[in-house]
Ligand binder design. Structure first.
Ligand SMILES: [Zn+2]
Length: 123
């Protein structure tokens, strides 16, 4: 999961979400983009990663419908960004019976109680 806590490693990510930008990491030596919560390049091991904005377009990979005490549910999903990296995120605005692998989603941002905006994905 993306940590909701701001720390040195996540500060730039949350500065991005506060602006309405979804940032992913890029290794300056290798070209593939890397999920924002991965601190090290999986190809070369570099920790000298830079941040680049993602388009916010994604497709649904897998999901779990989690009942909420008192009624309703939330959908916890894994999405594949158009740029390649996978993210854990809440899925909003899709009825459980309409959830399907590969449906197109777009990013939005929700602010949590601790004040950080976190990415969520809508159909
Ligand atoms: Zn690398």
């Amino acid at each position: 999961m993306i940590s909701v806590a701001r720390n040195e490693a996540s500060a730039e990510f949350f500065d991005g979400t506060a602006r309405g930008e979804l940032l992913v990491r890029r290794c300056p030596r290798c070209s593939p983009l890397i999920a924002p919560n991965v601190p090290q390049c999986p190809a070369c091991g570099s920790t000298e990663l830079t941040w680049v904005p993602a388009s916010g377009r994604a497709t649904l990979v897998t999901w779990t419908v989690v009942p909420v005490p008192g009624g309703g549910h939330v959908v916890a999903g894994i999405v594949e960004l158009a740029e390649g990296p996978w993210l854990h995120a809440r899925i909003r605005g899709v009825a459980p019976e309409d959830l399907a692998e590969g449906i197109a989603l777009g990013v939005g941002f929700e602010r949590h109680e601790d004040g950080e905006a976190v990415p969520v994905f809508h159909a």
